[in-house]
Design a protein around this ligand. Structure first.
Ligand SMILES: [Zn+2]
Ligand SMILES: [Zn+2]
Length: 244
């Protein structure tokens, strides 16, 4: 009987604590399964809106949209712009259930957040993953936001609650609706579970990518309406403005 893995190489890599880079398959020379060249090439978020994290040409600005209609959440924290090659890692995690990619991204986001806390961002009392509709959960088999929340909860030592936020309807035709109808639709899409205690608490919503921010805004309104003290959004990536 053979108790060792068939390839010596795997054992060698494991004992030396060397991992392969998930982007280029070179040996990873960082604490994550990512080589430093690929890490440097990730589209790290540079200048961005101080509220919604929209990529902007300089630091410390607030985007026009947030000035016109301040969103209900206080702050979006994202590590990256949603761009190549980060998009392939997120797609691998989300659509091909490639867990090591998700874990890698959660680890790097956790570093980003620890840095932000050290710089004065108030840490939340609680993490709440953005819920997935039942139909989508059934076809994908897992909620990527819930997995991110679990990894972040462990590395940041912050509690999470997976089932306090409920998605009641799918919103399948969201894209065909105008902005006002979309907001109305989203307002009715979410509910708070019985027994969810958000009163007076600072909550961070967890999601993979923030695009329009409409979902996060709807959830933030729901939580603030139920007495939450503050709502932030932590996500892997922020999409640039269309056309940028
Ligand atoms: Zn690499
Ligand atoms: Zn903004």
């Amino acid at each position: 009987m053979r108790c060792q893995p068939l390839t010596d190489n795997t054992v060698y890599i494991w004992t030396k604590n060397k991992q392969q880079c998930l982007l280029c398959t070179d040996t990873a020379d960082t604490e994550h399964p990512l080589c430093s060249a690929c890490e440097a090439e990730l589209p790290w978020l540079g200048g961005h809106c101080s509220i919604c994290a929209l990529p902007l040409p300089a630091e410390g600005l607030t985007c026009g949209e947030c000035q016109r209609r301040p969103p209900p959440f206080s702050r979006v924290e994202a590590a990256w712009r949603y761009a190549f090659p980060l998009d392939s890692l997120i797609t691998g995690f989300k659509h091909q259930a490639h867990w090591p990619m998700g874990r890698l991204l959660a680890g790097l986001l956790s570093h980003h957040l620890q840095h932000a806390f050290a710089e004065g961002l108030p840490p939340p009392d609680l993490l709440l993953p953005v819920p997935l509709g039942r139909k989508r959960l059934r076809s994908r088999g897992f909620n990527q936001a819930e997995m991110l929340a679990t990894w972040l909860s462990a590395s940041l030592q912050l509690p999470q609650q997976r089932d306090w936020l409920l998605r009641q309807q799918e919103g399948a035709h969201q894209q065909q609706l105008d902005a006002a109808a979309r907001r109305r639709n989203l307002r009715q899409a979410f509910a708070l579970a019985t027994g969810a205690e958000v009163q007076g608490r600072h909550i961070a919503l967890i999601d993979d990518v923030l695009t329009t921010g409409a979902t996060a805004a709807a959830l933030a309104r729901l939580l603030l309406g139920a007495g939450a003290a503050r709502v932030d959004v932590y996500c892997l990536a922020r999409t640039p403005k269309p056309g940028d």
